[in-house]
Design a protein around this ligand. Structure first.
Ligand code: MRU
Length: 348
């Protein structure tokens, strides 16, 4: 199938359940699973069945709405509120780095503050979760429109991890310009890093772009410098999990190394991100919590042990790229560069 765009919806609200694309099964199986409880939602986020900052936020919002819908004590408004706060913290604990998770849940709680009864609260929470998902599609499209203007027909661009349609409501962030360019007849060549340890590039980015008929070539992470030199890569574009007030950006582990390479090769390094990923409460990247995941992700490949048994493992899931390596941050409201502290504060 070559649609020229991204059509698959990775997170769908179905009223009494969430229909979730199981990203752990990709690319070999396109399998949707039904989430019926808040525990299902927590587990799906924690185990990367759904991943990517905006998609995590949308899923958590639907998760809280799902719990609210199933709340029974219609007369117990205070009890509902206390439990709502508890469930919000519970969902927030599923993954620490992507701020979209906390952002989406905070939005739901704010909307809930307008409720006077349990029933009213239930419908406001559902409405807000749906609004977050609908808005995200518009936001990503807009990021893609802005970012597409940075590339010209025939350009070869490198990306890392998966910041695509399945990591958002649609289009993605870093992959959005490839979809928008394709729609406009502008052909770009994408080089995708495989993204160890859990291969979001090899399993997800490549799968997504191939479905849309976009020219994509897979490389392993350690081929990046050679590929930039040999394949005339004109830019690197990545997504983000949390951007501090000064522009320091947390994204998938390996991003910082690519930013340093971009500087060495004198090519632009772009971060594509919705405003919902910007955390003005955090001054610099030093304060961003970095998730560390289990050692099997490093010692095993597809369930097969590849490392010497018993070895010590360090497995940070993200790193922080200092703002000075970032040529521009592309948001739904436009392209920022220079003094990020001022520009981000003005935009948010
Ligand atoms: O561990 P993951 O797969 O959730 O990490 C995802 C990333 O680092 C993405 O680049 C980021 O969330 C942006 S998704 C539009």
């Amino acid at each position: 199938m070559t649609t020229g765009t991204t059509t698959i919806r990775s997170v769908q609200w179905k009223g009494d359940h969430i229909l979730l694309l199981d990203q752990q099964k990709l690319p070999h199986k396109t399998e949707f699973i039904k989430l019926t409880t808040i525990e299902d939602v927590w587990e799906s986020i924690h185990s990367l069945k759904v991943r990517g900052a905006p998609a995590i936020g949308i899923t958590a919002a639907f998760g809280l709405a799902l719990w609210a819908k199933s709340f029974k004590g219609k007369e117990n408004f205070l009890g509902f509120y206390y439990e709502l706060e508890e469930k919000r913290s519970y969902l927030e604990s599923s993954r620490p780095t992507a701020v979209n998770l906390a952002w989406a849940l905070a939005r739901l709680l704010k909307r809930f503050s307008g409720a006077a009864t349990v029933e009213e609260g239930q419908s406001l929470l559902i409405e807000e979760a749906r609004a977050i998902a609908t808005e995200d599609e518009r936001v990503c499209r807009s990021i893609g429109e802005h970012a597409a203007g940075l590339f010209s027909h025939g350009d070869a661009v490198l990306t890392h991890c998966n910041a695509g349609g399945i990591a958002t409501a649609r289009y993605g962030t870093a992959l959005a310009p490839f979809y928008i360019s394709k729609e406009k007849g502008v052909e770009l060549k994408v080089y995708a890093t495989e993204t160890r340890p859990v291969l979001q590039g090899a399993r997800l980015t490549v799968w997504e772009l191939m479905q849309a008929g976009i020219d994509v070539t897979l490389i392993t992470d350690n081929m990046a410098a050679h590929t930039i030199a040999e394949k005339n890569i004109s830019a690197i574009i990545v997504g983000a999990d949390r951007i501090a007030a000064n522009g320091d950006t947390a994204n998938k582990i390996g991003t910082r190394g690519l930013a340093i390479l971009a500087r060495a090769f004198n090519i632009p390094f772009y971060v594509a991100s919705p405003l919902s990923t910007i955390d003005l409460a955090i001054e610099t990247g030093n304060e961003i919590p970095i998730e560390e995941r289990n050692s099997e992700e490093v010692t095993h490949l597809n369930g097969v042990e590849v490392a010497a048994k018993g070895v010590k493992v360090y497995n940070p899931a993200f790193d922080v790229t200092p703002n000075e390596y970032i040529t521009a941050i592309i948001t739904e409201k436009g392209i920022l560069s220079g003094n990020y502290k001022e520009a981000l504060a003005e935009l948010k």
